[in-house]
Design a binder for this molecule. Sequence first.
Ligand code: ADP
Ligand code: MG
Length: 458
Amino acid sequence: MDNSLLWQSVLANLEGKLSKPTFATWFRNTTIKKIKTSEVILAVPNIFVREWLQNKFNKELLLSLRQFSPKIKKIKYVVLNQEGAKSQKVGRKNDLAQPKIEFYQNRLSGLNPRYKFSNFVVGNFNQLAHACAISISKNLINTTLNLGNTKRKLKLEYNPFFIYSKVGLGKTHLLEAIGNEVIDFQKKRRVKYVPCPNFTSEVISNIREGSIEKIVANYSQFDALIIDDIEFIAGKERTQDVFFRIFNNLTEVGKQIVLSSDRPPRAIERIEERLRSRFEGGMVADITFPDFEERVAILEQKLEERETALPKEILEFIAGNVKKNIRELEGALTRSLVIFERENSLEKVRKSLKDIIEEPKKRISPEKIIENVCDFFNVPPKEILSKSRKREVVFPRQVIMYLFREELNLSLPSIGVKLGNKDHTTVGYACEKIGEKVKKDGDFVKTLETIKERLYNT
Ligand code: ADP
Ligand code: MG
């Protein structure tokens, strides 16, 4: 495999597992410079990244590299200026599968322009939240600033607007889409998006410098204040005080506040009652899980954004298996793109997704095990059930016993009965013997894997 494709595959692997900012922070501008026999020389943009990758990600990267290229034993991290890294860039075809990462953030608003309404898929699971978000942004766009605060026609029932859901279901996307929509249509609107952890640390440093009034004034000037993951404010009393003041300043003059959280207001512990009742006093909407068709629609949307395509069966396979998290759905898609481009096979894609997909094991029967093993070792089933002690019969029989035990959880006596009334101690001995072999004999393990694969896939 070519180095850049190898690295893309590794990144695609990781992308689904890490949060966007983490992924972006540590993996942008990294490339494989070369591979010296078993050592990968990885070019990274600076020392800081090198330290981090070495200390925190080395094991994970190595495992992932070895998945694609088992001969790799070691990674050497070298700092390379960006020029060098860029010259390694690959052609367009491979770029297609490369996770698209945008690092650009609007400095003033804190918004990432990637999150729009136009690339947000609406379904039953997020309809209410989406409708509110649209209504809020329309309102912010259409209200004339010059009329003065008293005449602003904000629908107060939407203020604050509080969205909650489990992780990876579109809160951040929707929050930022509101902001982006507003500044796209009304450049003058002062919109601020801030993740709660950032807000909190800003408050703390202002407290330290004795400039609380400054931060309160600063945040009270926006037309819309969007704070993501507000649950982080729990237990932080000073930050809650500051936020309460900002909240009042803004809502008193009809400015919009939008919040997100991983749980409803009543479930956030250790926040002041007055804040909780403010949160509940506006519009609260949740996002649940997308259903199968909605997941397919999301995958199609993501493919469109990447200007690429995949067979419908693959999309349906992904959608049928990744159900609870849209970020993971995207991660699976990215990986599938890489694999499918390389192998052009649904089976390979299916395999490559094995570790993120909990595919229920197909039900297999004792008969099927006998049939498969006999077929594999080329012995007639009749012999297996007989009393024969010939080695070429005994060994497959022991493998069958072992598989009955491991795959079907059958008891030793019932295994004996099923195989021509053998004694349970004979079965016990067989299971033990094969178990030992599995521990010691790598080639045998491969054989067993092959048998199992045929068992479950035919
Ligand atoms: P949360 O903030 O709830 O953890 P995010 O907003 O970060 O989730 O969403 C995770 C990923 O899923 C993002 O890449 C986002 O673009 C995508 N996503 C979430 N919901 C949708 C949707 N309805 N349509 C398209 N993409 C979505
Ligand atoms: Mg989020």
